[in-house]
Design a protein around this ligand. Structure first.
Ligand SMILES: [Mg+2]
Length: 256
């Protein structure tokens, strides 16, 4: 972690016009859990997000690979947060009266393709590998598998299924996602930026799938990579615990 970079990011954000703060969820805001339903934002992070969403002219967004229903079941997010699920296929907003989630409209061909992909991936379930179904994607998770070679073999099979059935194949940490709608987090950032007429974007993520969003950033924006691995980000934090500290300091600087 470079503290100088972190301080620079805080300085840049405190002078920014109409900032957009967009954050990945798993591995970025919430530490990984073997059971994804147990993932939670640490209390200090929940508090920082509550304070950030109150900052005038700031837009707060959580951009995740989870479906929005899945995200909202675990993420304690304040009213006013924009939420983007399924890597950019699903948009929503947390209103006073509850979440407003835009309908995902699939063609009959896409629905049939999604069902076929689900059937094919379900044949790979076992030894800890499991399948998650989302509105526009199906995912093979291999994180709980004890043998990493066996996990890699299953992920190879999942990729082959995706290519054979014409899906978009996304590689994540110990997971392979097969999507029938071709979207990326980069496109989601681009949409959020335009919607908010943002003068600057801060995006933080930990995974390979977050790099499309990092590449969408300009040199005036701030990209934060959480954890190890190659990244186009300019700032690096060790893990969600540092992310939470950073967000607290950001809220301190921006709160009036
Ligand atoms: Mg993540």
């Amino acid at each position: 972690m470079s503290h100088r970079h972190w301080a620079g990011a805080l300085d840049t954000m405190s002078e920014a016009h109409r900032p957009l703060v967009a954050l990945d969820f798993d591995g970025t805001l919430a530490p990984f859990q073997l059971d994804p339903s147990k993932a939670r934002i640490p209390p200090a992070g929940v508090d920082a997000l509550r304070r950030l969403v109150e900052v005038p002219d700031l837009a707060l967004a959580v951009v995740t690979g989870r479906s929005l229903s899945d995200l909202l079941a675990v993420a304690e997010l304040p009213v006013g947060t924009r939420v983007v699920g399924d890597h950019g296929a699903q948009f929503g907003y947390l209103d006073d009266d509850g979440p407003i989630i835009q309908e995902v409209n699939l063609t009959s061909t896409q629905r049939a393709q999604l069902a076929q992909l689900g059937d094919a991936l379900n044949a790979l379930v076992g030894d800890g590998a499991w399948v998650e179904s989302k509105p526009t994607t199906v995912v093979l998770h291999t994180r709980p598998m004890t043998s990493s070679a066996a996990g890699e073999a299953k992920r190879d099979q999942a990729r082959a299924i995706g290519h054979r059935l014409g899906a978009q194949v996304l590689d994540g940490k110990e997971m392979v996602e097969l999507a029938v709608v071709h979207v990326t987090k980069g496109e989601a950032i681009s949409t959020l930026r335009a919607d908010h007429r943002a003068g600057i974007v801060l995006f933080a993520g930990d995974d390979v799938t977050d790099e499309s969003a990092m590449r969408e950033l300009t040199r005036d924006d701030i990209g934060i990579k959480v954890g190890d691995g190659p990244s186009a980000a300019t700032v690096r934090l060790a893990g969600p615990a540092d992310m939470v500290v950073f967000l607290g300091e950001l809220a301190d600087r921006l709160s009036v």
